[in-house]
Structure formats: C-alpha cells, structure tokens
Design a protein around this ligand. Structure first.
Ligand SMILES: [Cu+2]
Length: 130
C-alpha cells in the first residue's frame, strides 16, 4: 500500500477522498438541532409555564423563525410574541397565557446557519393537580 511516488500517492488520496465523500455523506451538517427546552420534551409539569423556551445547538437566523404552542384540540394557544434572546441567538421563546391541564404540542421552525430550514415538534403536559 505504501508507495514512494508522491504524485501517485496524492492521486490515490484524492480518489479515496472522493469515494469517501459519497460513501459517507454528512447530512445535517450545520443544521440547527433542538438541544433543550422549557418545558422539557415530553415532560409533565404541575403548573402552566409562563413561556415556552427552546435552545438550539447553534445560533439561528432572525428570519423565518416560528414557534407555536397548540392544545390537544389543535388550537393555537400562545401569545404569538416569538422572541429571540439578544445575547444568545440559539434561544427563542414565546409567552403563553395560563394553560389549563392538557397535552400541548410545540412546533418550531428555524433557519440554520447554512440557510436550510429546520422544523420539529415536541409535546409537554400540564397536569391536573386537583
Ligand atoms: Cu443544510
């Protein structure tokens, strides 16, 4: 395998890199990924949150961002005041009114640094404490 002709080795290296780049593509490289939320993904909480926060693994664009909190009947219940934290641009949040016990779906959409749009959803439950 070891050859002492520099050009030949360089060519083989390029071919190898070419093959590897197709064999092991790197999808989702530089795509924003949800890394944390409040309420946490699939969590059950005893009281209504005041806002829903999501954090991504990278800063997301100020454009195209969306966040919605939807109740089990499919109705949007947040205050439609999506905000991106000024000092941590990986953090976006939206306020909610007092949420009655129910299971809620949070839907999000952000633009990654590579300009691709990422969407996702998760649920949390506000427990009936009575
Ligand atoms: Cu991309």
């Amino acid at each position: 395998m070891v050859r002492h002709c520099g050009i030949f080795t360089a060519n083989r290296l390029l071919v190898l890199i070419f093959i590897i780049s197709f064999t092991f593509p790197l999808p989702a490289l530089a795509h924003a990924v949800l890394v944390q939320s409040e309420p946490a993904v699939d969590s059950t909480i005893n009281e209504s949150p005041r806002q829903v926060n999501v954090w991504f693994n990278e800063n997301v664009a100020s454009e195209f961002k969306a966040l919605a909190v939807i109740n089990s009947a499919g109705k949007r219940v947040d205050n439609k005041d999506i905000t991106q934290a000024r000092l941590d641009r990986s953090h976006i949040y939206i306020s909610t009114p007092e949420l009655p016990p129910d299971t809620y779906t949070v839907r999000y959409r952000v633009m990654s640094t590579d300009t691709h749009i990422v969407t996702g959803r998760f649920k949390f439950t506000v427990k009936d404490t009575d």
